[in-house]
Write a protein that binds this ligand. Sequence first.
Ligand code: FAD
Length: 404
Amino acid sequence: PVDVLVVGAGLAAAQTVAALRSHGFAGDVRVLGAEDVPPYDRPPLSKHLLDRTEPAWLTDELGLDLHGLADDVRLGVAARGLRVEPGRPGAAVLTDEGEHRASCVVLATGSHAVGVPAWPSALTLHTAADADRLRTALDGGPRRLVVVGAGWIGAEVAGVAAAAGHHVTVVEARDAPLATGLGGRIGALTVPWYAAAGVDLRTRAQVTDVGDAGVRLLDGTVLPADVVLVAVGARPATAWLADALPLHGGAVPVDESYRVLAPAGPLDGLLAVGDVALRRSARYGWVPGGHWDEALRGPDLLVRRLLATDDDGSELTPYVFSTQLGHDLTLFGLPAADDAPVVLGDPADGGWSVLWSRGTDGPVTAALTVDRPRDVGAARRLLAGPDLPHVRLDGETTLAALPR
Ligand code: FAD
């Protein structure tokens, strides 16, 4: 390409710009970002909600100077539409200040928190401005906080709020916390963490209304609340793409080289990476965004394939980390709903790990570590090879003890 336009100014966007320059791209690079602040890191927004009031700027965290690397950075400018013209590489991006065209456009608009329009007083957490609002609402003495959703972010916020002395209740519709990411059986192993942290966890509880009196559940219970946080997941920020592209479940489907996929094949000069993308993978099928590592490392692969420089054909292993209710978790790979989990170690007594395999004799598809730093490297290695591994456990209780 002769020029690149990156849409979005979060981690995936900033890393794309950095990778273009580090791989020697000398053409024009422009960035459009809807938020009017420079790129920052999102994981600390929940983990350090109450003890870090300033965003974790990527300039400081990763030494990444977007303004120095790109020719033009427009913050506070949202993309409103996209126009792809047949036979012409790239696209035109429409904004309130006019149209921006480039021979290569990288979609990196990330995601947004799923809110419930019928509950206007409930807060969500995705941006630094959201974190400010939540912090302000919790300011000035113990508050009654109800968190709707025991996923990654709900669990993290519940933990830090309870540790700061707030009265926290977590309401979860499913049987267990983290059921979407880990399945109900493994998610249930985190239930005792809530009581130990002083958090009241209500599973199989459906919220029907959030109002002045508090949070009303389907069984008629009303949970009094000063502050309500809805943490029921994130959705790719693709509303602006409207009918310009075919979406899969709201995300932009891309191939192994992050090229946007249309029914007839990849589009020329149109790429997507980070939370906004749904990546095709020979190993895992379709890999959704939504996790930091994909936005951190995906852009380097995208750029290497775009510029055809030293591509070893590797693909990213899905990787999630979380610190919640006093516990450290890492998850490598992508457990499918019918993969069978085996727990290594005793969850009631210190650190433990989980291996998921496909069927009884099938390959390992995912590994989780909980409070076991020594297993993290082993889990990463296990899933990083060219093929999914077959593992015989032979009574092993840690991943670090598995033969290399
Ligand atoms: P984003 O970070 O969402 O950035 C996209 C940017 O695009 C935003 O700045 C947005 O304003 C902008 N944008 C959106 N629409 C438009 C438009 N139309 N025009 C122009 N710009 C637009 N992941 C983990 O693996 N572990 C964690 O512990 C973890 N903790 C998290 C905690 C919180 C509170 C949150 C919110 C997320 C967390 N994540 C975590 C997820 C991780 O932060 C994301 O996967 C990562 O930020 C994705 O980066 P991105 O650049 O793709 O998207």
